[in-house]
Design a protein around this ligand. Structure first.
Ligand code: FAD
Length: 319
């Protein structure tokens, strides 16, 4: 019986969310008096054994070329094989795009109970109860999993990354890898300079920007800050920006260190995707905009005046 943690990667680089789930999974394993193991699919750059510093003792590596592109069904199938071979009773994902695609499929496959969107460590003294967000983050629910195998997906930025000094044993795992049903011909990368789901800083625009021609103001600030760009849903619906930039309940959930919201009112559906950001800065010309209630810093002003000034100020600071 072990705790298995899915180590998510993109283009051979371990994603930042994986460090958080590794630390979380190691703590869950400690609570259960067992060991934490990781699973990595596809080719990865760097030394996987170094991930032992986050508390995992062993990493199962399935290095098939067929796993270099994400495919939820193929990945689910392979992780199920690893989990069965390792005798994993608790399996942990980040509640990011990949985790959201795999965890429910794996739960169906392994007849496991699933709590998506966990926000804290499970209560294990008497059963196995996981705290999660409900109603777009407005309330919490404590959900008890009674099945033999338990699956949790952890909301990004819910658990502090803990770095120690250990190294992990890297064990190549030979799995049966099915050919993906969908063949990827080409991948169109997001136009922003930094991938949105991984970004530490995000500059996001809403309908207050008035139209796509004004997006240069958002992009200029993002450029000087080394940030990714995002938008509210109406902006994507109006085709001012591509849909992969839309954040919120029906879009991406992000958790950057800094989220700058410009001309966005702060509807609950938008907040659901960004309210785990460490620091939120809101720029809005309406002092009554609801977003100010969720903001750490607020600027009441016209985006068309404020954005160029902040961009120039950051440029000067950077010399
Ligand atoms: P608006 O509500 O029109 O707000 C524009 C803001 O810009 C206003 O606060 C205004 O004061 C300000 N402004 C105007 N001009 C300026 C200026 N010159 N300078 C500075 N500020 C200015 N929305 C999402 O974003 N993501 C989702 O995932 C999402 N999912 C949804 C799911 C459902 C089921 C439903 C019903 C809705 C969903 N929505 C979502 C829509 C959401 O309810 C809001 O309608 C939307 O977030 C509003 O977008 P906005 O803030 O850009 O536009």
């Amino acid at each position: 019986m072990s705790v298995l943690i899915f180590i998510d990667q993109a283009d051979g680089h371990v994603k930042k969310a994986s460090y958080e789930v590794l630390s979380y999974g190691a703590k869950v394993a400690e609570q259960l008096g067992t060991s934490a193991e990781g699973v990595v699919l596809g080719a990865v750059q760097g030394d996987l054994s170094a991930l032992g510093k986050y508390g995992v003792k062993k990493i199962h590596h399935v290095a098939s070329d067929a796993l270099n592109h994400f495919d939820a069904q193929v990945f689910t199938n392979v992780i199920a094989q690893v989990a069965q071979a390792a005798g994993s009773k608790v399996i942990i994902f980040s509640n990011n795009v990949d985790g959201k695609a795999i965890a429910p499929r794996l739960a169906a496959r392994l007849k496991a109970g699933l709590v998506p969107g966990a926000v804290g460590l499970p209560e294990t003294a008497n059963g196995f109860t996981v705290k999660k967000n409900v109603f777009s983050g407005k309330a919490f629910a404590n959900v008890t999993i009674n099945s033999d195998i338990k699956i949790i997906s952890l909301n990004p930025n819910s658990y502090q990354v803990v770095e120690g000094t250990g190294t992990a044993e890297v064990a190549p795992f030979s799995a049966t890898v099915a050919a993906p049903k969908v063949k990827i011909k080409a991948v169109n990368k997001a136009s922003g300079e930094v991938p949105l789901s991984e970004a530490e800083v995000v500059v996001s625009g809403g309908r207050g920007l008035k139209g796509p021609d004004n997006w240069g103001l958002i992009e200029n600030l993002a450029h000087v800050l080394g940030a990714a760009t995002a938008c509210s849903r109406p902006v994507a619906d109006e085709h001012w920006r591509p849909h992969h930039e839309h954040v919120g309940q029906t879009g991406l959930t992000i958790a950057p260190n800094l989220y700058i919201a410009v001309g966005i009112s702060g509807a609950i559906q938008h907040l659901a995707g960004v309210n785990r950001s460490k620091v939120i800065v809101v720029i809005n010309k309406d002092p009554e905009a609801p977003f100010f209630k969720a903001a750490d810093y607020g600027i009441v002003g016209d985006a068309f005046d404020v954005l160029p000034k902040i961009t120039e100020a950051v440029k000067k600071l950077k010399g």
